[in-house]
Write a protein that binds this ligand. Structure first.
Ligand SMILES: Nc1nc2c([nH]c(=O)n2[C@H]2C[C@H](O)[C@@H](COP(=O)(O)OP(=O)(O)OP(=O)(O)O)O2)c(=O)[nH]1
Length: 112
């Protein structure tokens, strides 16, 4: 599991799954591929969907599709994030996840 720490904005320092918002006309898979290219200078292939997280933050509702991915080429260079870590089943709780991600972590824990 590759986790990244937000380098700016409202949730600066919070840990997340790299990715971002879907642009008009884009599929979730294409958006993820584009975001990882932009954020990490890495080409990925998007595999099975893990889950769709629905979470109510105080000021907006987040609907987030999450996928397993494989690296095709690139070295996961941090273009926007502050830090990143590869986590194992045992170390999944070692970072401070964004609130919306906590339910997903529980699901992934059972899959690893
Ligand atoms: N990428 C990502 N975003 C997450 C996660 N958990 C979570 O609550 N979020 C929230 C943070 C943001 O509000 C939104 C993701 O959009 P984004 O990554 O494009 O956010 P951003 O603040 O950089 O937005 P922008 O400046 O590009 O418009 O979802 C997660 O695990 N990964």
């Amino acid at each position: 599991m590759f986790a990244t720490q937000r380098g700016y904005g409202e949730w600066k320092d919070g840990w997340e799954f790299p990715g971002g918002k879907i642009e008009t006309g884009e599929t979730p898979e294409a958006a993820l591929k584009r975001e990882i290219q932009e954020e990490l200078d890495t080409e990925i292939s998007v595999k099975e969907r893990i889950d769709t997280i629905e979470y109510d933050y105080p000021n907006f509702h987040l609907s987030m599709d999450c996928f397993w991915c494989e690296i095709v080429s690139g070295k996961l260079e941090l273009k926007e994030h502050e830090a990143a870590r590869w986590l194992t089943k045992e170390s999944l709780d070692s970072v401070d996840w964004l609130s919306a991600d906590k339910a997903l972590i529980e699901k992934i824990r059972l899959m690893l």
